[in-house]
Design a protein around this ligand. Structure first.
Ligand code: ADP
Length: 223
């Protein structure tokens, strides 16, 4: 599903070189739920960005869903991104659209038939436990509900891979636990998940395979 071969990433900030990842290699199998943890600045976001080809490595190779990302053309990148759901700390919902419309929109731009859009959008909302809030606007949601809506939007295309970058960063402990529960449910359905969090307690409570990053290196791979 995912393979990294000696991946390094160096950002250039003017004349300064900032190493973000150093010779990272690992393999994640289909259906695995992997937690990326480590302090702020360890390289978690950089690693996730390489997986959905938001950026390319300075050295090494990244393979996702059977394709090498480094030499990909534009149409292949578009196809890759349709196969990957992504959620962030901020839910990034469109404020002038209802929860249902935020989720359905993803399918509408793909030209999905109307009846199928309705069925699949409600299916995604059911998975995240938000069916009763379908007609609410983002401003009417709690932060936990907003993250559930973002998750519904990320899974509505039924992607084989879901990437989550600090999805519980804005949430209190009980809402964070709920979101983690939803992620586990999504994983139980067969979706491969990579979740980045700097919250060490949350990472430990997940009881899933955990990569610990420090200074751009994977210093532990456990579980
Ligand atoms: P984390 O997600 O673990 O907090 P990041 O991947 O965001 O870590 O950052 C890793 C390192 O790379 C940090 O030193 C950060 O300052 C640097 N970095 C990240 N993105 C950029 C960028 N776009 N330009 C320059 N430096 C960056």
């Amino acid at each position: 599903m995912i393979e990294l071969h000696r991946v390094s990433k160096v950002y250039s900030v003017g004349p300064v070189k900032v190493p973000a990842l150093r010779e990272v290699s690992f393999r994640i199998n289909k259906g695995e739920f992997v937690v990326l943890t480590g302090p702020s600045g360890a390289g978690k976001t950089t690693l996730l960005r390489l997986l959905y080809r938001d950026d390319i490595p300075s050295e090494g190779d990244v393979e996702v869903l059977g394709a090498s990302l480094v030499s990909m053309g534009r149409s292949q990148v578009a196809a890759l991104r349709r196969s990957i759901g992504v959620v962030f700390q901020d839910s990034k919902l469109l404020p002038v659209r209802t929860v249902y419309e935020n989720v359905a929109f993803v399918l509408r731009v793909l030209g999905t038939p109307r009846r199928e859009i309705t069925a699949r959008a409600f299916d995604a909302l059911r998975v995240v436990g938000l069916s009763s809030r379908a007609q609410a606007y983002p401003a009417q949601l709690s932060q936990g509900e907003a993250q559930r809506a973002a998750l519904a939007r990320a899974i509505v295309r039924r992607p084989p891979l879901l990437l989550a970058d600090e999805p519980t960063g804005n949430l209190d402990e009980s809402m964070a636990a709920e979101i983690v529960g939803v992620l586990k449910d999504i994983g139980a359905g067969g979706t491969t998940i990579v979740l980045a969090t700097h919250q060490a307690r949350l990472a430990a409570a997940l009881r899933r395979r955990t990569f610990t990053l420090e200074g751009g290196r994977v210093v532990k791979d456990e579980g």
